[in-house]
Design a binder for this molecule. Structure first.
Ligand SMILES: NC(=O)c1ccc[n+]([C@@H]2O[C@H](COP(=O)([O-])OP(=O)(O)OC[C@H]3O[C@@H](n4cnc5c(N)ncnc54)[C@H](OP(=O)(O)O)[C@@H]3O)[C@@H](O)[C@H]2O)c1
Length: 293
């Protein structure tokens, strides 16, 4: 078994971003700028946003956090987005999900100007992705493609089971892996809660991407010898072995499955860091006006 080390891959990519940003500053230009909006005080969301801010700072990307109270109305949030849309010195904006129940997520996503939608969730950018046009790919599937590329893992002609069909992970991952591209050219089966014979589908797959959001769902008897296993899940579970009192586990039973896999991502340190790297890459694309001139 070989480990797909998301930290190593993401450090290599982030070093290049850092170098590019330093070059811009040396040339007297402004740094790329990412804005993040956080509504409410969900602890997991606060951690995710803090990690994104820290990662921006480390590569020299300016980050601004708009922290709004949980009772912010939808109109107030749309007002903040409009303000950011019009600020020429902000290249990209992300709205941390989930939003409070009284705010409609789709209305908010569609209010972001597509040129600043570095999460790649706006329907215009999703449409571009489906059409194979240059766009901002959603950060997690983008990060996974970069991992496969970094470790030169062959995908062409392989059978792939993508577990999950969410708009942010499973559906774009299925689409991207089936594209005529490298990485890509897989024969993909998208698996969801109405799928039959899931164990059979995963056991026949050369590549399994696990994004069900079910702790330790994928067991060794569900994968074939030599499979490539990508674990997207993140779950905080109690632990008496750590100082914090918890540890992170994924959708894959790593200890068991790693004995059969040819390549596997750990949790933490696999897909997680690459998701943030995907966001940084999209922010650079927005700054360079690569998608929208
Ligand atoms: N590492 C990262 O950076 C990163 C980024 C994003 C998400 N995540 C993690 O990845 C996981 C998935 O996230 P998500 O947002 O895609 O989740 P989600 O929106 O909850 O979607 C889960 C998908 O899995 C399917 N599913 C769940 N349990 C199933 C089961 N037992 N059998 C069959 N299908 C099942 C659901 O099917 P239906 O559609 O039929 O309901 C749904 O399509 C979570 O643990 C999340 O925390 C990690």
């Amino acid at each position: 078994m070989k480990l797909i080390d998301g930290k190593e891959a993401s450090n290599a990519i982030r070093d290049k971003i850092k170098e590019e940003v330093a070059g811009l500053i040396d040339a007297g230009k402004r740094a790329p700028h990412l804005a993040a909006i956080l509504v409410g005080e969900d602890p997991a969301s606060q951690t995710y946003v803090a990690n994104k801010e820290k990662s921006c700072q480390k590569v020299g990307i300016t980050s601004t956090l708009y922290r709004l109270p949980a009772e912010t109305t939808q109109d107030e949030l749309l007002g903040v987005i409009d303000f950011i849309n019009q600020d020429d010195e902000i290249d990209g904006v992300i709205v941390q999900l989930p939003l409070p129940d009284h705010i409609d997520k789709d209305t908010v996503i569609q209010a972001i100007h597509p040129s600043k939608d570095v999460d790649g969730f706006h329907p215009e950018n999703v449409g571009k992705m489906v059409s194979g046009l240059p766009t901002y790919l959603p950060a997690t599937p983008f990060g996974i493609l970069m991992l496969l590329e970094h470790y030169k893992i062959e995908t062409s002609g392989k059978s792939c089971a993508v577990l999950g069909r969410s708009n942010i992970v499973g559906t774009p991952m299925s689409l991207l892996l089936s594209r005529k591209a490298d990485p890509g050219n897989c024969t993909v089966t998208t698996v969801h809660s109405r799928s039959q014979n899931i164990e059979q589908i995963t056991a026949e797959a050369d590549i399994v991407v696990a994004a069900f959001g079910q702790p330790h769902y994928l067991k060794a008897d569900m994968v074939k010898d030599g499979a490539v296993v990508i674990d997207v899940g993140i779950h905080r579970v109690p632990s008496d072995k750590t100082k914090s009192g918890f540890r992170l586990i994924g959708d894959v039973d790593f200890d068991e499955v790693s004995k059969k896999a040819s390549w596997i991502t750990p949790v933490p340190g696999g897909v997680g860091p690459m998701t943030i790297t995907g966001l940084l890459m999209n922010t650079m694309k927005a700054y360079r006006k690569e998608v929208y001139s």
